[in-house]
Design a protein around this ligand. Structure first.
Ligand code: NAP
Length: 318
């Protein structure tokens, strides 16, 4: 494993996403994956206060509760960097349609939802607390003040945002500086090697782009994290289709380059994608998903893979 700084905290170079744990992936398998991750030096795990409300019989508490049970069973809370997110949980008072009915990022929601996450995780602090999805109805000044208050109180170690445009991220960080509160030190967006079509619509999800990476390169205290880096397995699993937002005239060239470099370095295309993210400028921290030990090990091994400048150039040019 390799390590890097996220704000003032050291984290592993890969973050393990736990979205399906406790809902789609059973408890024994989830515990085994978390155990294997920490055995291999992983320290950074990612959840949210709404995973997986959309699964039959689930309400959205499942992933945080499972993580809480695992932390308690292993007694390793101090060694694990726990990230969770709030703001995307359905609020029944706002109707039945998600994401329109999400709880949002008002000061009141940020304050209350953070405490509910503490309870589910069985902890007194969240190492990295994100806003899950931008909330255009709440001024960014109100949201950053609420997150800042949680940092001051010690409920959150540091704060971040997910699915927010670069312009609003920059405004949020400026607002935090003006208020003298902790700024977002992490931004988690959809991101992978394949590029989305210029007009691709990911609904509420925001894809990383050159503007974000350019901005992050000028902000030494800001880490970019990538969710969905393996396209849910579609790079290598013939049973899965690449999401239509990534299908356009440039896709084949990119897939050809990926396979060519994978062959050249004796790695899998998934591993090359992760190495490409990790070795970029700025370096992007992948939030990976795995449902079996073999998938997890494949991702963990990618941390050791370093692409040469020529290999990166070939991938970037495609
Ligand atoms: N901020 C946000 O809005 C947001 C959104 C989505 C996700 N996330 C976070 O990001 C994490 C990862 O997201 P993701 O699951 O979409 O990421 P991903 O890494 O693109 O996809 C993970 C899935 O890919 C398949 N896979 C993994 N390794 C594989 C391999 N070696 N070969 C073939 N298939 C492989 C598995 O699916 P199968 O089990 O079907 O094989 C696995 O569940 C989540 O757990 C969550 O923490 C955040």
């Amino acid at each position: 494993m390799r390590y890097r700084m996220l704000g003032d905290r050291q984290v592993s170079a890969l973050c393990l996403g736990t979205l399906p744990f406790g809902a789609i992936v059973d408890e024994a398998t989830s515990f085994a994956l978390l155990d294997r991750f920490v055995e291999r030096g992983g320290t950074f795990v990612d959840t949210a206060n709404c995973y997986c409300f959309w699964v039959d019989g689930c309400c959205g508490d499942e992933s945080e509760l499972l993580l809480g049970r695992w932390l308690a069973a292993r007694g390793n809370r101090d060694e694990v960097v726990v990230a969770t997110k709030l703001g995307a949980r359905p609020d029944p008072a706002r109707g039945a349609e998600w994401p329109a009915n999400r709880e949002g990022l008002s000061a009141k929601t940020v304050e209350q939802a953070a405490r509910e996450s503490l309870r589910r995780l069985g902890t007194d602090r969240i190492d990295l607390l994100y806003g899950h999805v931008d909330d255009p109805a709440t001024p960014v000044e109100e949201t950053v003040a609420a997150f800042g208050a949680l940092v001051r109180e010690g409920v959150a170690g540091r704060v971040g945002i997910s699915n927010q445009t670069t312009a609003r991220l920059a405004r949020s960080r400026k607002a935090a500086a003006e208020q003298g509160v902790a700024p977002y030190v992490a931004v988690q967006q959809r991101h992978t090697y394949l590029r989305p079509a210029p007009d691709a619509d990911f609904e509420y999800q925001v894809h990383a782009d050159a503007e974000l990476l350019g901005y992050a390169a000028t902000q030494p205290d800001l880490t970019v994290l990538a969710y969905g880096p393996l396209l849910n397995g579609a790079y290598t699993n013939p049973a899965k289709e690449i999401q239509q937002q990534y299908l356009h005239a440039g896709t084949d060239a990119r897939l050809t380059a990926l396979r060519e470099i994978a062959r050249a370095v004796d790695a899998t295309p998934n591993q090359v994608v992760l190495a490409w993210l990790l070795g970029g400028e700025p370096s992007v921290l992948p939030v990976i998903g795995a449902s079996s030990p073999a998938q997890l090990v494949e991702a963990l091994d990618a941390v050791e893979l370093e692409l040469t400048a020529e290999q990166r150039a070939r991938l970037d040019r495609a």
